[in-house]
Design a protein. Structure first.
Length: 117
C-alpha cells in the first residue's frame, strides 16, 4: 500500500508546499519526501495510520477552502488496486481527524528537514 499527501495553500502559498509518501511493506512503513527526507515509522504510527484508513469516509467530506488555510490532498493506493482520494482543508472533517493530525505532524518534520538543508 502507498499513501501520498500534498500540502498546498497557506499564507505563503507555493513557498510552503510539501509532498510526502508513505510506503507500507509487511509490518513496516517508510516516509519519504524531497530533499532527501526519509524515516522509518514506529509501530504505533503504523497502527494509527492503518486504523485511520479504515475509518475514512467513503465519499469526499464536505468542506470548503478558507483563505490562508492549508489544503491537504491525500491519496491512498491499496494493494488490490483501489485508489481513494481526499482533499481536506485546515479543519478536519468527520473521519479524517487522526489522519490529518498525522499528516500535519509529518509535514512539520519534512519542513524542518527542508529548512535545515
Amino acid at each position: 500500500m502507498k499513501f501520498t499527501f500534498i500540502r498546498s495553500g497557506g499564507f505563503a502559498g507555493p513557498a510552503t508546499a510539501l509532498k510526502g509518501e508513505v510506503s507500507f511493506e509487511g509490518g513496516s512503513a517508510k516516509a519519504t519526501s524531497d530533499f532527501g527526507y526519509h524515516r522509518d515509522l514506529a509501530p504505533e504510527e503504523i497502527q494509527t495510520l492503518q486504523s485511520s484508513f479504515m475509518h475514512l469516509p467513503q465519499q469526499q467530506p464536505a468542506s470548503r477552502p478558507r483563505p490562508d488555510q492549508y489544503q491537504y490532498d491525500i491519496t491512498l493506493a491499496w494493494d488490490d488496486g483501489r485508489v481513494q482520494n481526499l482533499t481536506v482543508y485546515g479543519d478536519a472533517s468527520p473521519g479524517t481527524e487522526n489522519l490529518l493530525d498525522w499528516v500535519r505532524h509529518e509535514c512539520d518534520r519534512i519542513w524542518t528537514h527542508r529548512t535545515n538543508q
